[in-house]
Design a protein around this ligand. Structure first.
Ligand code: IMP
Ligand code: MG
Length: 182
């Protein structure tokens, strides 16, 4: 097999395209089973990181699926207000009475996910769960209930499959460890 040429600063591949596809298929089967008696499942993607994962996941689900997106912006308020988050683009539709799965690229400190969960919970969904491609529990600061995760990762910066470094590398089909100081 020809060696894959890695972009500058990329140290090693953590998960290949094949490993990611296989794992997404497994998680999709679990989700399809959990929601099989509901009318439909609404996947809510967080722009832009979760787009690649959400579309791959949605295609593997065997239940009726709706999708919607929101975008957030994060800013640091210093030591007294770390991880401040606000909604920069809201959902197109209401989620009242719907079964909702928040789809994330990565849950890291948990601040983003907790904020989104609280916001969405206030809109009266029938149920609300979290599904993430990557989970880095070693860096968690606030606890969030993650029902579905594809991979736990070490405490290293990663790119690919939606995850960026300065908006680049989201389109890489694999997930790789990057040294941002490179
Ligand atoms: P949290 O609020 O700390 O959980 O941050 C989650 C967000 O930080 C993710 O949605 C990503 O946009 C970004 N992020 C965290 N870790 C990484 C990484 O290793 N690579 C790229 N983006 C990351
Ligand atoms: Mg990002």
């Amino acid at each position: 097999m020809a060696a894959i040429e890695l972009p500058e600063g990329v140290e090693r591949i953590l998960f290949t395209e094949e490993q990611i596809a296989a794992r997404i298929r497994e998680v999709a089967a679990e989700i399809s089973e959990r929601y099989r008696d509901e009318d439909s499942l609404k996947l809510i993607g967080v722009l832009k990181g979760s787009v690649f994962f959400l579309t791959a996941l949605a295609r593997e689900l065997s239940i009726p699926v709706k999708i919607d997106f929101l975008a957030i912006s994060t800013f640091s308020g210093g030591a007294r207000a770390p991880g401040m988050v606000r909604i920069a683009k809201d959902l197109d539709d209401t989620i009242d009475g719907e079964d909702v799965l928040l789809v994330e690229d990565i849950v890291d400190t948990g601040f983003t996910t907790r904020y989104l969960l609280q916001t969405l919970a206030g809109r009266s969904p029938n149920s609300l769960g979290i599904c993430t491609l990557l989970d880095r529990t070693t860096r968690r600061i606030v606890q969030v209930p993650v029902q579905y995760r594809c991979f736990e990762i070490p405490d290293r910066f990663v790119i690919g499959c939606g995850l960026d470094y300065k908006q680049l590398h989201r389109n890489l089909p694999y997930i790789a460890v990057m040294n941002p100081e490179h």
